[in-house]
Design a protein around this ligand. Structure first.
Ligand SMILES: C[S@@+](CC[C@H](N)C(=O)[O-])C[C@H]1O[C@@H](n2cnc3c(N)ncnc32)[C@H](O)[C@@H]1O
Length: 181
């Protein structure tokens, strides 16, 4: 089952022209496959070729098998995306590099587990659990935060997650937003 939150965010964009969407650590494609349509061209990257094999032949999708955590440069460098989605993946040492892959006026939708989740299930390793408001700390300086949630999610099981959406807006807009009371 896909992330409802991600699908709702993309639907709310009311996309009417062709856009490039990156699904970062896409797994079996449960989030990007439902998004495929004539206006959404997907790049899905993951280190697991077996998972990518299941959907690499679909129309409008380009899969890349790559280990995002090595010192090797990402094959995405010099590619720019209108929308990036990340669900249930966190690798802090390189995460800020996502910012440079977003086109101006593009969006980042990020959903993953946060501290507190260890009480309910996995992941329990703090390397994979966001700290208090961490998505805002990581991306909020360079991107304009549009929405933020940190708390329990009731699905099949309870989990604790952060869900944050950002826009790569001009510096002026980001500053105006910061000074709002
Ligand atoms: C929990 S799954 C989430 C997959 C997908 N985003 C979803 O929500 O269904 C985490 C994914 O990250 C991928 N992954 C883990 N470490 C990775 C790495 N070093 N490089 C690329 N992908 C990685 C795994 O192969 C797996 O598909």
């Amino acid at each position: 089952m896909h992330s409802e939150w991600i699908l709702n965010q993309i639907e709310a964009l009311r996309i009417k022209k062709k856009i490039n969407l990156l699904d970062f650590a896409s797994g079996n494609g449960r989030n990007c496959i439902p998004l495929l349509n004539k206006n959404i061209i997907v790049t899905a990257i993951d280190k697991d070729q077996k998972k990518l094999d299941k959907y690499k032949n679909l129309n409008n999708i380009n899969t890349i098998c790559f280990d995002l955590e090595t010192t090797e440069e990402w094959p995405l460098v010099n590619q720019f995306y209108d929308v990036i989605i990340v669900v249930n993946y966190l690798y802090r040492p390189k995460i800020k590099k996502l910012i440079s892959l977003i086109k101006n006026d593009g969006y980042l939708f990020y959903e993953t587990f946060s501290l507190g989740n260890e009480k309910y299930g996995s992941p329990q390793n703090p390397n994979y659990l966001l700290k208090d408001a961490e998505l805002l700390d990581i991306f909020g300086e360079k991107l304009l935060p549009l929405s933020f949630y940190d708390g329990k999610i009731k699905g099949k099981y309870i989990s604790v997650k952060q869900m944050a959406s950002f826009k790569k807006a001009s510096l002026k807009r980001r500053l105006i937003n910061k000074t709002k009371v």
